[in-house]
Write a protein that binds this ligand. Structure first.
Ligand SMILES: [Zn+2]
Length: 502
């Protein structure tokens, strides 16, 4: 045989398109020719593969070897194609049984000694291999990650020799083992938050309907403390959501941390973070914080301090749940269905409206500071909540004992299930058609909202958000219809809308 074909997968965004490695052995002077736009790392793989084959005791063929990675227009980085290339060479020279090559995909980087090293961003490939009905062979160090793809049969190997022995039917390979889910989410508890009834209520509504939220208040009032407790009261991730989120982490710069498997992300980038770090970027596009927060929480503290352009970029994923990154030749799309929780001071010095009277900002300065958040961004934030300093008596624990996260979460899950049964999505993600269908108001409530919208200069989008929050409040009360109390409470959370904020 003079031509061998081996299947593998590239990494493009969170996608893993199939790559066919073809190896052709011809006569002539010993030489390796690689086609299919291989980048530097793939060219280096020639040398690694040659050393690995020799050191593992195989024969490296004389004559011209042509290696093609197709399709040619896919960017291919990293050493993930070492293993399929080596197997192709062994097949074309009759040193391995290739009878099952049609049903298997191979990914792995070879060490010079013939061992298999882990590769970056493996999970999307594992998911895709299963969808195309093939088994996948991965380096042992990637085994747990690959095993998250429940519908794919994955085997792990430590070396090229082990893979060859398995293909020849001389030995077995271990099945990839799924990691145990962590024992506890490791999120701080709401029972430590005294007072703040209004902010706690808003946090529960945000959790119940997956609504975006903005806390505004002086420093030290517990805005961050409240926000960081949100993951602890959110409904659990569904299996496919957990897999989507893990796939993003898998292709990120830092890679997948299996100890976070199955948990909702809480990402809190600093306001000095670069645009690429926040929304994604790079010559080989990598996901940013907005995508690492997929199906989780993106917490932006000191919202007005973020680069205005970056904040405006957030508007698109807040609507679509996706973000497109285009860089020169490369183009990638990442999921970014995050829940935005943000916090800001009331003014530049932070003490506007505080009992201490420390604020010396002029009305113009306060207005300018708040104007840093554009109207269109504010429109997309469903709940605006003022947070004030609790009294000393409450901080010292003289008030009633606060509810713990587990109690709150039970109510959140009930309200969440009502939404999923009716809408199939959390209320915050309802389409306009769904809002018309599921958020109907009585004629008198309709009139009330219209009058209010005019008075407060609410945009049509803000009104949509009010209806969605009303729907969540009704769900929390187990009501089929939105009542007056639901609508008035929802409107009360639009405190930062209006002419001064535009
Ligand atoms: Zn001030």
């Amino acid at each position: 045989m003079s031509l061998a074909r081996v299947f593998s997968r590239a990494a493009v965004g969170v996608d893993a398109p199939q790559v066919t490695v073809e190896v052709h052995a011809g006569g002539g002077l010993p030489r390796i020719s690689m086609v299919g736009l291989p980048q530097t790392a793939v060219r280096e793989s020639k040398d690694r593969v040659k050393a690995a084959l020799n050191n593992a005791g195989f024969q490296f063929p004389d004559g011209l070897l042509t290696i093609s990675l197709a399709p040619a227009d896919l960017p291919k980085e990293g050493g993930r194609f070492d293993l399929p290339i080596a197997l192709g060479i062994l097949a074309v020279t009759g040193q391995v049984n290739d009878a099952r090559f049609e049903d298997i995909e191979f990914i792995g980087e070879l060490s010079l000694g013939g061992g298999l090293n882990p590769v970056h961003g493996l999970l999307p490939a594992a998911i895709q291999a299963g969808r195309s009905g093939r088994q996948l062979i991965v380096p042992s160090a990637n085994g747990s990650e690959a095993a998250l793809a429940r519908d794919t049969t994955c085997h792990c190997a430590d070396s090229l020799l082990a893979v060859v022995a398995w293909l020849d039917g001389r030995d077995l390979l271990a099945a990839a083992q799924r990691p145990e889910p962590p024992l506890q989410p490791g999120c701080k508890d709401l029972e430590e938050v005294y007072g703040q009834q209004r902010a706690r209520r808003a946090l529960e509504i945000a959790a119940a309907g997956m609504h975006n939220l903005l806390f505004r208040g002086p420093p030290g009032t517990g805005k961050t403390m409240l926000a960081s407790r949100l993951p602890g009261i959110l409904p659990p991730l569904e299996e496919d959501e957990a897999l989507d989120a893990a796939a993003v982490a898998s292709v990120s710069q830092a890679g997948l941390d299996l100890s976070h498997w199955g948990q909702r992300a809480f990402r809190a980038p600093h306001h000095t973070a670069s645009s690429a770090a926040l929304v994604g970027g790079g010559s080989q596009p990598r996901p940013g914080e907005v995508s690492l927060a997929h199906h989780g929480v993106l917490f932006l503290d000191e919202l007005p301090e973020f680069n205005r352009n970056v904040l405006e970029v957030l508007r698109e994923p807040m609507e679509s749940g996706r973000i497109v990154i285009s860089r020169a030749a490369n183009h990638a799309e990442f999921p970014a269905r995050f829940q935005l929780i943000s916090a800001m001071n009331p003014c530049h010095c932070g003490f506007h409206g505080d009992r201490s009277g420390r604020c010396r900002c002029t009305a113009d300065q306060v207005k300018r500071y708040r104007g840093k958040i554009s109207g269109p961004l504010l429109d997309r934030i469903d709940l605006h909540v003022e947070v004030n300093r609790p009294s000393r008596a409450i901080i010292n624990g003289h008030g009633p004992k606060p509810e713990d996260s587990a109690t709150v979460r039970k109510r959140v899950i009930d309200a969440h299930l009502r939404q999923m049964q009716r809408n199939g999505v959390p209320n915050a993600q309802m389409s306009n058609t769904q809002v018309r269908q599921f958020c109907q108001l009585t004629p008198s409530l309709e009139g009330f909202l219209e009058t209010l919208a005019e008075k407060l200069h609410l945009s049509p989008r803000a009104c949509q958000r009010i209806l969605k929050v009303s729907r969540t409040l009704a769900d929390m009360d187990e009501c089929d219809a939105i009542g007056e109390e639901h609508l008035t409470e929802a409107v009360a959370y639009r405190g930062l809308d209006g002419p001064t904020s535009h």
